[in-house]
Design a protein around this ligand. Structure first.
Ligand SMILES: Nc1ncnc2c1ncn2[C@@H]1O[C@H](COP(=O)(O)OP(=O)(O)O)[C@@H](O)[C@H]1O
Ligand SMILES: [Mg+2]
Length: 261
């Protein structure tokens, strides 16, 4: 086991030195880093893939000299931008997802039109394309960088509840036009119906943990989802790992723009 570990670490360091993501602290080291057990928040494959794909991180390193690894999903790696007062509280996301570029530009246009911060959408400060797709099989992808407002991540129980609400509202989109007071019991029934299949024997326990926060989480999620749909965005990826709380408020914001357009 030790040999395998050493080997993978050497291999990883080799890759890292040859084709790195921007310099940062806290970047997960090896595939069996315990953080990767936190499924949804850390994705080894993405970290590794972007590591090998981004040809030249020097522009990013100059602009963001003090990055700290925050998380990774199916397409991107996110960093806390630590440095100066102007950018602290912002997140840098490096992603190979072209739809983040498309949605990101649209969101920035809306911010300009409507005079700044949008409700329920993390503010975008900058979107750039770092490199174009190439025919080189080792570096084939477009890579983009987005600087975005940092949100407070959801705790585990609200995160799971938000996952169910996303599921419910993507099936019953029209309920977002309804009265939230009347829709809430339907959403709760949906969760009651789905929980046994999702959690097996743990379902009852899980539902007990949902119950006291359901009304609060539901009303915040309803507000966010109806605002997004009113603005013409899709809520299809608004699950608990892509939604957070706007600092200093109670408001839910989406910060992963991948599936929004
Ligand atoms: N603006 C943000 N505020 C707080 N955490 C963030 C932010 N952006 C990303 N993260 C963290 O990084 C993870 C991956 O970022 P995300 O934008 O969801 O990437 P992906 O498109 O790969 O899913 C998120 O699940 C979250 O834990
Ligand atoms: Mg995500």
């Amino acid at each position: 086991m030790k040999n395998v570990m050493e080997k993978s670490m050497n291999w990883y360091n080799f890759i890292k030195q040859s084709m790195p993501l921007p310099k940062s602290t806290g970047i997960p080291e090896v595939p069996d880093d315990p953080r990767f057990e936190d499924w949804g928040k850390h994705n080894w494959y993405t970290v590794d893939l972007l590591e090998r794909n981004l040809a030249d991180p020097s522009g990013l390193e100059e602009k963001y000299p003090d990055l700290q690894y925050l998380g990774s999903g199916a397409y991107g790696v996110a960093y806390d931008i630590m440095q100066n007062a102007e950018q602290s509280g912002h997140v840098l996301k490096v992603t190979k997802d072209i739809s983040e570029w498309t949605s990101g530009n649209r969101i920035m246009e809306l911010q300009n039109q409507l005079g700044g911060q949008l409700p329920n959408i993390a503010t975008i400060y900058d979107v750039q394309k770092l490199q174009d797709e190439t025919d080189d099989p080792d570096k084939p992808y477009d890579v983009y960088a987005i600087e975005v407002e940092q949100a407070e991540q959801l705790a585990q129980v609200p995160n799971e509840l938000v996952g169910f609400l996303r599921w419910f509202f993507t099936i019953h989109l029209r309920y977002l036009r309804g009265n939230p007071q009347e829709v809430a019991p339907k959403a709760w029934d949906f969760i009651l119906e789905k929980a046994p299949n999702n959690y097996g024997k743990g379902a009852e326990e899980k539902l007990k943990s949902f119950e006291p926060i359901f009304a609060d989480v539901f009303s915040k999620y309803f507000d966010m989802a109806s605002t997004l749909v009113d603005m013409g965005f899709s809520i299809s990826d608004s699950h608990g790992d892509n939604v957070g709380i706007r600092h200093g408020t109670e408001e839910y914001v989406i910060f992963d723009f991948g599936e929004m357009a």
